[in-house]
Design a protein around this ligand. Structure first.
Ligand code: NOJ
Length: 552
């Protein structure tokens, strides 16, 4: 089915780090408004706004204490309405983050819920008795330690799959579900253009709340009991019918782990659940023994395998999101590219490899400038609750990693890498704020910044602009059939797209090695975009981190 959200390019804004208009060191809504022309020039269609709701900010807004209020850090509801209007005036849509697996423990529902066992809000959350003086079961929180928090007031535990200040909502409770749908309709009636749904496949849990077995560690990740649970499709269909179906909006579900079959059920055109899913399998290929904290070198064959599995899997039914960067991932150019010798080439190469795939592409703020990881020196440079909890568990309690090993992991993979302020220019604080930034600015802002790239035809920014333009012009990039070539090649990722009588050959080099590659039927094609100029001949020379798209 042909629809607008398949033909769009999405730009993710992490408001805290985008642009500060009032010099309190924190990005805000007026700051975003001031940069709408920049986004218009880049050519994106949709903004995904990470949470701007009222929040105590334990997890930077993913802990919401009021779904219908704007955080004071970011401005007011009037500011939000102005953003919506100004974006729409420029033909840019706004998609809001919807975080309904959990709230903040400072949400009024939770404040009520924890007071007495017969409080009307008690069943909005998941409360259990302890077992033998311990937690109800051995489930681990994503942010380390137990997923249960003891609450003295009623001598019971509540579930929190994330931080203890993010209690999980009880979706078994129909009254809670109705409240959520009502809140969604309230935002939709304001005119927003859709929702990105945070960890949405975790809202239905297996109700037995049994231990994860075999028990090899004190606390175990409970994925099989909390991901894609027994009522997930029922809840999403209900949400669709009661909140979404009467609006022309898009939805993207953050799905932490699922099979192709499940993905088709979530996003198939005739399922009436979600439009597309945002899954992470390709982000797992370089994780080591202690996950992201002990990364292993990229195995390109493995990365291609995962990307291809999803391309083939959702080729005819369902829809993929395409991304390298987001607010939970390190900067891709530092992770899969080469920031020393081939910074610009590798940033363009990664963009090429991604933007020609089938699905809706996402650009995370600063990715279009080739922003890189931050050189963290100590924990004082960090802000993320995930880092602090993991450090405590792995370095201080279990002592499985040394401080140096953990710092290496933080530099490579912590979420804070993505959260340093946007680099607008080479002036003080990179033009992000006139105050003291809430998070340190990457010292490389003097060379990597928007101002130096906007009017430079050779810049990473201009390259992204061209990629977006091509997607808008050429249905083959949106709807064409994907085929992987050179499956076992250790350095080159090569694939084709085909649509009606058109064909594209996409060649990307994930290494410093150089190759000659025979173009065969493409040798009389035309170079559509590349990060190095080449003449199309029978055999082309592929430069380090080279990227070439040939049209036939
Ligand atoms: C996924 C979000 O992307 C992440 O930033 C957050 O910490 C968790 N969900 C919990 O909301």
């Amino acid at each position: 089915m042909k629809v607008w959200w398949k033909e769009s390019v999405i730009y993710q804004i992490y408001p805290r780090s985008f642009c500060d208009s009032n010099d309190d060191g924190i990005g805000d809504i007026q700051g975003i408004i001031s940069k709408l022309d920049y986004l218009k020039d880049l050519g994106i269609d949709i903004i995904w706004l990470s949470p701007v709701y009222q929040s105590p900010n334990v997890d930077n807004g993913y802990d919401i204490s009021d779904y219908q209020a704007i955080s004071k850090d970011f401005g007011t509801m009037d500011d939000f309405e102005m953003l919506l209007k100004e974006a729409h005036n420029r033909n840019i849509k706004i998609v809001m983050d919807l975080v309904v697996n959990h709230t903040s423990d400072e949400h009024q529902w939770f404040i009520e819920s924890h007071q007495t066992q017969d409080n009307p809000y008690r069943d909005y959350y998941i409360w259990k008795e302890g077992k033998n003086g311990k937690e109800p079961n051995n489930w681990a929180s994503v942010f380390s330690g137990s997923a249960w928090q003891y609450d003295e007031t009623t001598d019971m535990y509540y579930l929190h799959l994330y931080s203890s200040k993010q209690p999980d909502l009880n979706w078994e409770n129909e009254i809670l579900r109705e409240e959520i749908y009502k809140m969604m309709r309230w935002w939709l009636d304001k005119g927003i253009d859709g929702f990105r749904m945070d960890v949405i496949n975790k809202i239905s849990k297996v109700q037995t709340f049994e231990d994860v077995l075999p028990q090899s560690q004190q606390y175990m990740r409970p994925s099989k009991y909390v991901s894609n649970g027994p009522r997930i499709h029922e809840f999403l269909k209900e949400m669709n019918q009661k909140a979404l179906s009467s609006y022309d909006v898009m939805t993207v579900g953050e799905i932490t782990a699922c099979s192709i079959e499940q993905a088709k059920q979530y996003t198939g055109d005739y399922e009436n659940e979600l439009n597309m899913l945002f899954q992470f399998e390709h982000m797992d290929v370089d994780l080591g023994e202690y996950g992201k904290w002990t990364p292993i070198p990229l195995n390109l064959v493995q990365l291609k395998k995962v990307l291809t599995k999803w391309q083939y899997g959702l080729a005819d039914y369902g829809w993929n999101s395409l991304f390298w960067d987001n607010h939970d991932q390190p900067r891709a150019v530092s992770r899969f590219g080469n920031t020393e010798k081939y910074w610009a080439d590798s940033a363009k190469m990664l963009a090429t490899a991604l933007h020609f795939l089938k699905g809706t592409p996402y650009i995370y703020q600063g990715e279009e400038l080739g922003m890189t990881n931050y050189p963290f020196q100590s924990l004082d440079d960090c802000q993320d609750v995930e880092v602090f909890n993991a450090y405590k568990e792995l370095v201080q309690e279990k002592k499985v990693l040394t401080h140096e090993q953990m710092m290496k992991g933080i530099c490579a993979n912590s979420r804070d890498n993505a959260r340093t302020p946007m680099q607008w220019n080479n002036e003080e604080n990179a033009g992000f704020t006139q105050g003291t930034p809430w998070m340190k600015i990457n010292p490389n802002y003097k060379t990597i910044n928007a101002k130096s790239q906007i009017n430079n035809q050779d810049s990473i920014y201009s390259y992204f602009k061209k990629l977006i333009e091509l997607r808008h012009q050429m249905p083959i990039i949106v709807y064409g059939k994907y085929t992987l070539l050179e499956e076992e090649h250790p350095d080159l990722y090569i694939y084709t797209r085909e649509y009606q009588d058109k064909k594209l050959l996409i060649i990307t080099n994930f290494s410093e090695n150089e190759y000659d590659y025979a173009l065969h039927e493409y040798s009389d094609g035309k170079l559509l975009i590349s990060n190095h100029h080449i003449d199309i001949q029978k055999t082309i020379h592929i430069a380090p981190y080279g990227a070439y798209v040939i049209q036939k």
